[in-house]
Design a protein around this ligand. Structure first.
Ligand SMILES: Nc1ncnc2c1ncn2[C@@H]1O[C@H](COP(=O)(O)OP(=O)(O)O)[C@@H](O)[C@H]1O
Ligand SMILES: [Mg+2]
Length: 239
């Protein structure tokens, strides 16, 4: 559904992505792992249209995506939940959610229905709907950030380190949400530093190093000893 083919990209003269090729098939959860600064977020930014590649191709649902503006990428059904649980701090939870549907802001009835669906899925957000988002806990902000992206009605959701800096119980909730979303038909590209969490939900993993895919492989039932895996696959320089 989403394909990156030999994608290069960077900031100014600094090339960060040195030819990334990866595939996210429709209906799957794919994990992209790797240490800090290896280019995971940059890869997602390119797919989301926030950063234009300098080479290679990005395709989504059979169409070229490189050169397409971020706002148009969302309209095509590809949404990014950025790193850092960023929300509009001064706006209420509900206003944040409505912002996620900005590209179809004239569809008032549809937005109302989607708000109800999000509140049904994230009951805590319903209780907090009038609260300024800046007052939410880290876990609540992550839920809001995911729910806001869902307001864009994505077919593929990209999550950038959703479990970072959250308590284990909240990480479990996020993992369950990702699985539930996938069950309801959403395709997911998950960037994580939490190897165990990624292995628990994804069925295929890509490991990035120095702006390249070091390798990729399916995740199998034997992959439960994730500590070993972390050491083996991510190596000494992990993190
Ligand atoms: N906006 C930016 N301007 C310049 N350099 C950046 C910017 N964002 C990230 N970088 C650099 O690009 C490299 C990869 O960053 P990033 O994709 O965020 O890595 P990761 O998400 O894997 O931690 C890092 O060396 C980082 O310093
Ligand atoms: Mg990152």
């Amino acid at each position: 559904m989403l394909e990156l083919d030999s994608v290069t990209a960077g900031y100014g003269k600094a090339q960060i992505l040195n030819g990334i090729s990866l595939t996210v098939p429709e209906g799957k959860i794919i994990a992209l792992l790797g240490g800090n600064g290896t280019g995971k977020s940059t890869t997602l930014k390119v797919a989301a249209g926030l950063l234009q590649p300098t080479g290679g191709e990005v395709r989504f649902a059979g169409e070229r995506l490189d050169g397409v503006k971020a706002s148009k990428v969302i309209e095509r059904g590809l949404c990014l939940v950025p790193q850092g649980k960023e929300v509009f701090a001064a706006m209420s939870v509900e206003e944040n959610l409505v912002m996620g549907a900005y590209h179809r802001r004239s569809d008032k009835a549809g937005i109302r229905a989607d708000l109800e669906a999000r509140y049904a899925q994230f009951p805590a957000l319903r209780d907090l709907r009038s609260r300024a988002a800046g007052y939410l806990s880290g876990g609540e902000r992550q839920m809001l950030s995911i729910a806001r992206a869902l307001m864009g009605r994505p077919r593929l959701l990209m999550l950038d380190e959703p479990s970072a800096a959250l308590a284990p119980k909240v990480v479990e909730q996020i993992a369950q949400i990702v699985l539930d979303l996938n069950d309801s038909g959403l395709t997911v590209l998950l960037v994580e530093q939490n190897v165990a969490m990624a292995m628990a939900v994804a069925e295929h993993l890509y490991i990035m190093r120095d702006g390249r895919i070091a390798f990729d492989r399916p995740i199998t039932a034997e992959d439960e000893g994730t500590d070993d895996l972390k050491a083996f696959y991510l190596g000494q320089d992990y993190g």
